[in-house]
Every structure is written in structure tokens, then in C-alpha cells.
Design a protein around this ligand. Structure first.
Ligand code: FRU
Length: 482
């Protein structure tokens, strides 16, 4: 039997064996994409093709570690009703034998093209990486075309995650890279036919567009124009943690500026993080049929807590974030949940509160919640929202700091993430069974995190140290349909 078929049969067997375990898991998510079984990491190949949104993802169906990597596949017409498909790519060929790694999708002349990295481990413990192409007519079955780019001189084999787009008569590709002097960077290619690629050189990085080293590897680059600016998103590894920045093991963020299409020079501002929570990495964006720039990220982190997620016992791990629409305003990216998610809203509660040094309990009847708070006036020190047993968000007005607290997965202690926000006027929260995404000031700052509580929380505690006039709304939410 050929290797491709053999792997697909093994995956099907595995799905039959363990899928029901996940369905019974109290922490399974209701309106997030999760792996059918096994481990999910980066979103891949986000694209609108033949009237459907396609979301591919890094998938190890055989376990919850980063060993085997195929491309899993979901599609939807509306981001609410999802269909699960057979894996788009399984690592069956010599040039991808140790993983069909991350990449992107595009549509051209009625076909869907996937560019991805073929990861190969060599006998002496080294690595080879190939940027590969696979093409499909129906968006479900893909024909592999093999490698189109081999490792260029000057870089280590940590060279991966191609993102391809078109401008005028040309295709461009950015690839995440590490130079031979172990510095993170992004490399640009161009092509007229998607098959032959010309190396244009580094697009950004130390010695190119910044003076100092900024991490040892940049993963998952994405380059696009939005609201008159050019934006490069990437996930740098190796940044030192600071009080209000780079608090996770790996980061994801962006630089904004202007890219001169003739000289290929990219002049940009400083790196800004996309998210301040515990579980956000390797985001990817695409434009849809409504011309929106939509971002989805891996709602996870490959850190020392990875195998402590209780879902591992039920043979699944991690999820993708909700889709978020991006806008650029005053040099910053703003992220907002896409409008389609409003169709998940069920019963609604709304009230205005004037609180003076007090705590207000608000009943919530399900873990699936959307909460929106407008802070019309706040004189005081602290304002916090506590979903007991779950997590706590606190705004320290004098310091201009917001903190997010959750219990460590091994339940040994609480842990905190922080970010600087001058004034908080608006808080928008989407909570699933074991995840929460918090958007401050219409998406100026975001916290994305998983949490695992042992009891079901039935109320929120709103506490004000000072006086505050707030408008509160919350909705019980529905689940995605499969
Ligand atoms: C990011 C990443 C990518 C790689 C993929 C492998 O999380 O390390 O750089 O292509 O995951 O699963």
C-alpha cells in the first residue's frame, strides 16, 4: 500500500478509537475549532475558496506531543457551521517525512494552492527544510508538486512557514528564518508562475531594518497591507521576558510601516505584541470575500505546561482562537471578534450599575458567555472582574496596568500576565468552557488564555475600589454546529 493511504487509514482508525473520549470531556470547547483527536497547533492555509472558508491546521492525530504533523482541515460557509474533512496533507514523501509543517493557501485560476514546509530529520540529528507546493481543484484532495524552494545560503535549516500573496503581476512569499549567526529574520521571494521562485533577500531583521538581534528565530511570518500601512506579523523566539512584555516562552506580534515595492526596503516601527494572555501563538491572516482581514491564531503555547492540560487525559490538546477582524489605527492593530459570532448569542441581560466601594454579583447560567462592559466613569484604584474558580481580570487605574490571573494547570499556584493600558473604557469577553478571550478598548489590547476550573462558576464578581458608572451586558452563547 502506498504511504499516503497507509497513514490515512491509521488516522481513521485512531479517530474511531478515541474520538468519543474527547466528546465527553467537560473542558471541550463549544465555539472554537479543536482537533478531532490529538494535538492541534498553528492555523494553516486560511483561505476563501469556492464559497467556503477553509481552515487547515497543524495536526498530530496520534498523540498530544509535537511528533507527527499533518494538515487537518475544516471548512465553513459562515464561521458557525463547520465541516470536518480528511487531512489535506499527510507526511508521506521523502521531502516532508518528519512533518508537513506550517504554510499558507491561495486561489489561482479556479484552483487552491497550498505552500508548506517539508520537515526532514537527518540521521546525524540535523534538519532539512523544503518549501513545497500542493494543488487542488475541489479544495479537499491535494496533489503534491514537491519542493519549489531549497535552503538558500546564509541560513540554518530553521527555515519555514511560507506565506504567499499576489501584488500586480507577481507573487511574493515570506519565509521565517534564522541566519547562520543565529538571528531571527524573514526572507522574501518573488515568482511569476508560483513554481520558480527568485530570492529577493531578507525583508526585515537585524542589520536590515533593525539594529539589534531580536530573538534567534522568527516563525510564521505574514505580510500584508491594511488601512494604508504595511504590516509584518511574526512569532519571534528567544526574547527575554520583561515586566510588561514578552511574558510567555514565545511571542507573536507585528511591525508596521511602509514597504517600498521598488527597492524592497521595509521601514517600520517597533515590535508590538498581539496578545498578552498565556495562550496565543503563530497567528495567520487572510482576506475574505467581504475584504476583511481576518486573523486566527493557535490558542496554545509550546511551554513546560503543555502536557499538564487536563484534556491530555482525553487524548486531545489545544484549539484555535476565534476569528478576529483586524484594523490598523494610529500605528496599532485592533482585533475584534468577527460579526458572525453574534449569531451565537442567546439570552441577554443588561443593566447599568453605579458602584461605590462595592462588589456586585451577577448570575451567569452557563460557562459559554459573552460579556461586554462599558466603563463610563471610574474614579478609584482598582476595578476587577472575577469569574470565581476560573480567572480574574484587574484594572489598576493609577499604574495604567491590567492583569489577568489564572490557576496554573498543575494547580500549584496562581499565575499572572500583565499589560500596560492607559485608560480602560471597554471590556469585551468571550468565554468558552475552558478558554477566555478578552478584548480591551475595542481590541487595542487582548488577553487570550485557557483555564481549567474544578467547579462550574455561576456568577461573576464585579469589584470596585472607588466609584464607577458601568453599563453591563452578557449573553449565554450557543455552540458551533458540526
Ligand atoms: C510554530 C511552528 C512552525 C512550524 C510548526 C510545526 O508553532 O513551530 O514554525 O512550521 O509549528 O508544527
Amino acid at each position: 500500500m502506498n504511504k499516503d493511504l497507509q497513514l490515512r487509514e491509521e488516522i481513521n482508525k485512531r479517530l474511531e478509537q478515541v474520538r468519543t473520549k474527547k466528546m465527553k470531556d467537560p473542558y471541550r470547547l463549544a465555539f472554537h475549532l479543536t482537533p478531532p483527536v490529538g494535538l492541534m497547533n498553528d492555523p494553516n492555509g486560511l483561505v476563501y475558496f469556492k464559497d467556503k472558508y477553509h481552515v487547515f491546521f497543524q495536526w498530530n492525530p496520534f498523540g498530544t506531543k509535537h511528533t507527527f504533523k499533518a494538515w487537518g482541515h475544516f471548512s465553513s460557509e459562515d464561521f458557525i457551521q463547520w465541516e470536518e474533512h480528511p487531512p489535506a496533507l499527510v507526511p508521506s514523501e521523502w521531502y516532508e517525512k518528519d512533518g508537513c509543517y506550517s504554510g499558507s493557501a491561495l486561489t489561482h485560476q479556479g484552483k487552491l494552492y497550498l505552500f508548506y514546509t517539508g520537515n526532514v530529520r537527518t540521521n546525524n540529528g540535523g534538519r532539512e527544510s523544503y518549501q513545497c507546493l500542493a494543488v487542488s481543484e475541489d479544495g479537499i484532495h491535494f496533489e503534491k508538486q514537491g519542493p519549489v524552494i531549497e535552503l538558500p545560503k546564509g541560513y540554518t535549516s530553521d527555515f519555514r512557514d511560507p506565506k504567499v500573496w499576489r501584488e500586480k503581476d507577481r507573487w511574493y512569499m515570506v519565509v521565517g528564518a534564522q541566519t547562520e549567526s543565529l538571528e531571527g529574520t524573514v526572507v522574501l521571494y518573488s515568482s511569476l508562475d508560483l513554481l520558480k521562485w527568485k530570492l529577493e533577500g531578507p525583508l526585515a531583521g537585524p542589520g536590515i531594518s533593525m539594529s539589534n538581534k531580536f530573538g534567534y528565530m522568527w516563525e510564521c511570518p505574514d505580510f500584508f497591507s491594511l488601512d494604508g500601512k504595511d504590516v509584518l506579523i511574526y512569532s519571534p523566539q528567544g526574547l527575554e521576558s520583561q515586566q510588561y512584555q514578552f511574558q510567555n516562552l514565545y511571542q507573536s506580534g507585528y511591525i508596521i510601516g511602509s514597504w517600498n515595492r521598488q527597492t524592497k526596503r521595509f521601514e517600520h516601527g517597533k515590535f508590538q505584541e498581539l496578545d498578552y494572555g498565556f495562550d496565543f501563538y503563530a497567528p495567520q491572516t487572510f482576506t475574505d470575500n467581504k475584504k476583511r482581514r481576518i486573523l486566527i491564531a493557535w490558542m496554545g503555547m509550546g511551554d513546560e505546561q503543555e502536557q499538564n492540560h487536563p484534556t491530555v487525559q482525553n487524548d486531545w490538546l489545544h484549539a484555535l482562537t476565534i476569528p478576529r477582524e483586524l484594523r490598523v489605527k494610529e500605528g496599532k492593530i485592533y482585533q475584534r471578534p468577527i460579526n458572525e459570532l453574534k449569531t451565537l448569542r442567546k439570552s441577554h441581560f443588561e443593566a447599568s450599575f453605579n458602584l461605590v466601594h462595592e462588589q456586585k454579583e451577577i448570575d451567569i447560567y452557563t460557562q459559554l458567555q459573552e460579556i461586554m462592559i462599558e466603563i463610563n466613569k471610574f474614579d478609584g484604584k482598582e476595578l476587577s472582574l472575577h469569574l470565581q474558580g476560573n480567572w480574574k481580570l484587574t484594572y489598576f487605574k493609577d499604574q495604567g496596568v491590567v492583569t489577568f490571573e489564572r490557576m496554573r494547570f498543575d494547580r500549584s499556584e496562581k499565575e499572572t500576565r500583565k499589560c500596560l493600558v492607559e485608560t480602560v473604557k471597554h471590556i469585551h469577553i468571550l468565554q468558552d468552557h475552558s478558554s477566555v478571550e478578552i478584548f480591551l478598548n475595542n481590541g487595542e489590547k487582548v488577553f487570550t488564555s485557557r483555564f481549567y476550573s474544578e467547579s462550574t462558576c455561576t456568577h461573576c464578581l464585579l469589584s470596585v475600589d472607588g466609584s464607577a458608572a458601568l453599563h453591563w451586558q452578557n449573553w449565554d452563547l450557543d455552540s458551533f454546529c458540526f
